[in-house]
Structures are given as structure tokens and as C-alpha cells.
Design a protein around this ligand. Structure first.
Ligand code: BTN
Length: 250
């Protein structure tokens, strides 16, 4: 994988028109941030790495990203499209690309994980500087078939699900194409999210600041927040935030 092979299959007009490729870097989100802070990025600039040494996950966790996976960060201008719905787009786009182009039964777990069954195939970390830029970082497990013991039960990959080796460039192109179509058209992303999730109607367990709770998912609000019924039968609206972790067992 390199800048040229990544560009070859692209059919987009905005996303991935600029690509910065690293054989190895600390974190593509960190690199994107440094480039943005120096005023060097445009809308859609993609930072892609074969391997990250300090991959960042949500909630301050680290993200393991060896060479069989795709690590990328996309830069967006901080304009009117940056609403509370914005973080839903990348997960829906990837789930749609994996379903339509690779026949993988991917589905989205709010706020922005992509699962197959109960295992995670991709994670997303959105970070931004208000009024300046947004960075959407995506880690997709592509050809990894052996995971460390602690991840074995909770992680899967494109190769595991398809049974064949897949070029990361193909996933990159298919994902960017779906993402661009969803983001720059008048998509009802709430409806697209509902079409690509298995959460609604399910009873879930979650950790909220260390406490285990149970709830039933009832839907998603106009703002993209999760609507649930708590164990007392009361309606609640959950915003994505540090300290909230919903189990994939639903
Ligand atoms: C999660 O914890 O689920 C989010 C993981 C996000 C990982 C991606 S890999 C590309 C980008 N660079 C990073 O350091 N993190 C994100």
C-alpha cells in the first residue's frame, strides 16, 4: 500500500483527493492534527498509515494497529455540517460499504462502532478544534486473523468474515465513496443509521462511570442521541461521552 495505490481505485471528488501516507507513524489522528495546526490541510485530506505505534482509541484507550489493518484519518472543515449527527456518518458509511461491496453483515453500534455479530471490525475516533477543523479517525481490521488473547473474543476482520485476503486500498475506496455520498447529499442519516443497526428494541448492559446498568434501546433522537428506557421504565436520552460503554452483547 502506498499513496499511488490508494489513489488508483478512488472515485470520489473530495475525500482522499490529498493523501499523506506513512509506512509507520505514531497516530494518523495526531499527524492530521499537527498538519491542520500548521494550516496544511484541506477538506477531505486523508492521512493513512500501514502501521501505528501509538494508535488512539476512544475514552483514552490505545488502539492496536499492526500492518494488516487500515488506519486512516480524514480532515473536515468545521462548518455547518459539523452537528451532533456528524459522528454517525462514518460508521454508517463503512457498514454500508462492507455490506454492499463485500457481503459482510456489518452493523453499527452507537455511537460509532462497526460490528459483525458481536465482534468489532472497526472503531472510530472523532476529534476536533471547534470552529477550526474536525478529524475523523478510523481503524479497520482488514487482514488480521490472529488477535491477542484479550481481543480474540471481541474483534474480527474483513478476512475472517470473507475468508479471503482483501486489499486495504479496496476498502479505502469503497468506504470513502459511501462516506462522500452520504455526507454531501441530503441524506437522512438518522434513517440510514436505523437501517444499519440491530440495537433498536434490544436490552443492553452498559457501564456508566464504572456502574453497570441495563436499559432497552428505543431509538435515536433527531440530534443523534440514543433513546432508551431505563430499568424503572423511564425514558432517557444518552449522549456519547467519556465513561459510557455499551456492551456488544445484544
Ligand atoms: C475506538 O476505540 O473504537 C476508536 C479507534 C480509532 C482508531 C483509529 S486508527 C486511525 C486513527 N488514528 C488513531 O490514532 N486512532 C484512529
Amino acid at each position: 500500500m502506498n499513496e499511488t495505490t490508494l489513489k488508483e481505485g478512488l472515485s470520489t471528488q473530495i475525500l482522499g483527493q490529498d493523501i499523506t501516507f506513512f509506512d509507520q507513524t505514531d497516530s494518523t489522528n495526531l499527524q492530521a492534527k499537527q498538519w491542520c495546526d500548521r494550516g496544511l490541510c484541506h477538506e477531505g485530506h486523508a492521512f493513512v498509515a500501514q502501521r501505528q505505534t501509538q494508535g488512539k482509541g476512544t475514552d483514552g484507550n490505545s488502539w492496536e494497529s499492526g500492518q494488516d489493518n487500515l488506519s486512516l484519518s480524514l480532515v473536515f472543515d468545521y462548518d455547518e455540517k459539523i452537528t451532533t449527527l456528524f459522528p454517525l456518518y462514518p460508521a454508517v458509511a463503512l457498514a454500508k460499504a462492507l455490506r454492499d461491496k463485500h457481503h459482510i453483515e456489518a452493523h453499527v453500534k452507537w455511537p460509532n462502532d462497526v460490528l459483525v455479530g458481536q465482534k468489532k471490525i472497526a472503531g472510530i475516533l472523532c476529534e476536533g478544534v471547534p470552529k477550526s477543523y474536525m478529524i475523523v479517525g478510523i481503524g479497520i481490521n482488514i487482514n488480521q486473523v490472529d488477535f491477542p488473547e484479550k481481543l480474540d473474543e471481541i474483534a474480527t476482520s474483513v478476512q475472517i468474515e470473507k475468508g479471503t485476503v482483501t486489499r486495504p486500498e479496496d476498502i479505502f475506496a469503497d468506504f470513502l465513496s459511501e462516506y462522500e455520498q452520504l455526507l454531501y447529499s441530503n441524506t437522512d442519516i438518522r434513517q440510514e443509521w436505523l437501517n444499519h443497526t440491530k440495537m433498536v428494541g434490544k436490552r443492553i448492559t452498559a457501564k456508566q462511570d464504572g456502574n453497570q446498568i441495563k436499559a432497552t434501546i428505543t431509538g435515536i433522537s433527531n440530534e443523534g442521541f440514543l433513546q432508551v428506557e431505563n430499568s424503572q421504565g423511564e425514558t432517557e436520552t444518552w449522549m456519547a461521552r467519556r465513561g459510557l460503554d455499551i456492551s456488544t452483547q445484544y
